[in-house]
Design a protein around this ligand. Structure first.
Ligand code: HEM
Length: 170
């Protein structure tokens, strides 16, 4: 199997992040009108706005807990090592929101290609993630940005086209 560099592995998320960052940059500095001294309002990264490291860890923990209680997807994780999955999810949460951690996991396609994941499961995972954000005080605007990131990898996760190449141990 081809080896990819980590940033290529999460290309979908990176593209989404770049898109979202570009949108944020446009709105990052806004003039406050009506004030004698025009002041500037800076907006921080999505990572900072979801609570930085503490927020990302707490959200990751709640994503795992929500998945474990969600009958639509919990069977998928019954053989998983919680410590491993949580670390990978933490890395991707931080990396995809502009935080200072590199994602060192499989590409979204490689991670999910043999699972034949359907739309209902994808939506259930998205719901669990957004619920975890809400549980940790993430506001609607930021939750919408998280939703956009998740949506950007849908094609890599749902019904990914499996070929015999993916069944090969080599
Ligand atoms: C919504 C976007 C999703 C993202 C961002 C995501 C992210 C991840 C990440 C980062 C990993 C770890 C990859 C690695 O091993 O290096 C992973 C593994 C996994 N994902 Fe997803 N995932 C998503 C959707 C889903 C869905 C819809 C399902 C099915 C219900 C699912 C089921 C799994 C399973 C079973 C694993 C393997 C866990 C293990 O290694 O034991 N994921 N996912």
């Amino acid at each position: 199997m081809l080896k990819h560099t980590p940033w290529i592995k999460i290309l979908g998320l990176t593209v989404a992040l770049a898109f979202i960052s570009a949108c944020n940059e446009e709105s990052q500095t806004s003039q406050v009108s009506g004030s004698s001294e025009a002041s500037q309002v800076s907006e921080t990264s999505l990572y900072d706005r979801i609570g930085g490291e503490k927020g990302a860890r707490a959200i990751t923990e709640d994503i795992w807990n929500n998945h474990s209680k969600n009958p639509i997807v919990n069977n998928r994780f019954s053989n998983s090592d919680p410590k491993y999955v949580k670390q990978k999810v933490y890395e991707i949460v931080v990396a995809s929101t502009g935080g200072p951690v590199e994602y060192k996991g499989k590409s979204m396609t490689d991670a999910h290609i043999t699972m034949n994941i359907n739309d209902m499961e994808f939506n259930a995972v998205v719901d669990d993630v957004l619920k975890a954000c809400e549980m940790n005080g993430v506001e609607k605007k930021e939750r919408d940005e998280v939703l956009a990131i998740l949506w950007s990898v849908k094609d890599q996760v749902v019904n990914a086209k499996m070929t015999t190449k993916h069944l090969s141990p080599l």
